[in-house]
Design a protein around this ligand. Sequence first.
Ligand SMILES: O=C([C@H](O)CO)[C@H](O)[C@H](O)COP(=O)(O)O
Length: 208
Amino acid sequence: MAKLQVAIDLLSTEAALELAAKVAPYVDIIELGTPLIKQEGLKVVTAMKQAHPDKLVFADMKTADTGALEAEMAFKAGADLVTVMGTVDDATVKGAVEAAKKYGKQVVVDTIGVKDRVKRAREVTAFGVAFVELHAGLDEQALPGYSIQKLINEGKEAGVPFSIAGGVNADSIKAVLEAGAVVAVAGSAIYGASDPAKAAEALKAAFK
Ligand SMILES: O=C([C@H](O)CO)[C@H](O)[C@H](O)COP(=O)(O)O
C-alpha cells in the first residue's frame, strides 16, 4: 500500500512538532524539510523521532557530496530515510546507500534539477536506493505553467519505485496514486491548510 508523507517546510522545531502532532494519525512518513534542517540542525530529526517513534522520519538532507558521512549523521540523529541529489556523482549516492546498509535505513534520490528524470531514476535504483523522488521543488512550482502532470507521466514511464513531490494536493492525489507512486509527498497542501489535520485526513482517504 502506498504511503502518505507530510513534508514539513516550517522553520522551527516547535512548529514542526506541533504540526506533526496534529497530522500523525493520517501520515506514514514525517519529512523534515531541507530549510528546517538547515535552520535547526539535526536535533529536529532527533526530536521528531522521539516524539513519533512509530513513524518513518525522513530527513530531506538533499546531500550533494560526502554521501556516506551526511547519511550517517542523519541516521545517527534518528532518521529512517535520507535524500541525496540525483544530479551528483554516482559515488555520492553509493556512499549514502552503504551507510544505509550499515544502519538498516534507506536512501531516496531527489530528482530536482535532473534533466532526464526517468533515465536517472533507473540508474540510481540499480545502486540500491529505496525509491526515487520525482520532484519539482518550490521554485520550479512557482514558474508560470507548472503542472504536476509531467511528474505523473514520468512515474508511469519509469518502471521503478518512485514518490512524487511538487504540488500533491486534494486535486492531484488520485492521479499520483493511480500512476503507481509508492509515496505521495504533500507539503503546503497540509502545513498551509487552515486545518492541517483535516487536510491530511482528506489526502489519506484517497488511498482507499
Ligand atoms: O522538498 C521540498 C522542497 O524542496 C523544500 O524543502 C518540499 O517539501 C516538497 O516540494 C513538497 O512540498 P509541496 O510541493 O509544498 O507539497
